[in-house]
Design a protein around this ligand. Structure first.
Ligand SMILES: [Zn+2]
Ligand SMILES: [Zn+2]
Length: 161
């Protein structure tokens, strides 16, 4: 079980790594060659429970801008919809060794978790990774006092709170 052909391959000479990400134990590593197309904070119950956090921060990339440098064989897959280990898309992608969730994978898109990127110490996060909105804010367990748009469910397809 691995990743599909939509990803950038090792031999892709045009791929220039812009940012690098790694799981907690370092077994899984990948690079991206572009800025994210969007970034969101999700308050849905699936994200909260699976991440053990009040919300999930996701930065969205096209898969062709993602290239693994280590650990494809160490990946595990899980379906939030069926609540089972499953390689079916959409799926959560994690490191089987340390348990870190690496991304949420859709058919075309890769929803990366910016916490895994190497930003330096102290971290300096590029503006392109800043969230543009809150989604599933209707399911929140913590209020967030910022000026970002807050959607009850999906962006543009639910009530704005
Ligand atoms: Zn790991
Ligand atoms: Zn969510």
């Amino acid at each position: 079980m691995g990743l599909g052909p939509e990803y950038a391959s090792e031999g892709d000479a045009n791929f220039v790594a812009l940012y690098s990400a790694r799981c907690h134990c370092g077994a899984v590593r990948y690079d991206v060659s572009a800025d994210p197309v969007d970034a969101k904070l999700c308050h849905c119950a699936d994200c909260r429970v699976l991440h053990g956090a009040p919300m999930q921060w996701a930065a969205i990339f096209e898969k062709r801008h993602v290239r693994f440098s280590a650990g494809v064989a160490a990946l595990r897959f899980y379906s939030a919809a069926t609540r089972r280990e499953s390689a079916k898309l959409p799926r959560k992608v994690g490191c089987a060794r340390c348990g870190t969730w690496i991304a949420d994978e859709g058919r075309r898109m890769w929803l990366a978790f910016p916490e895994l990127f190497e930003w330096g110490d102290p971290p300096r996060v590029p503006a392109a990774f800043r969230p543009t909105c809150h989604i599933f804010y209707g399911s929140r367990v913590l209020d967030v006092a910022d000026r970002l748009p807050k959607w009850a469910g999906h962006k543009d397809r639910s009530q704005r709170l």
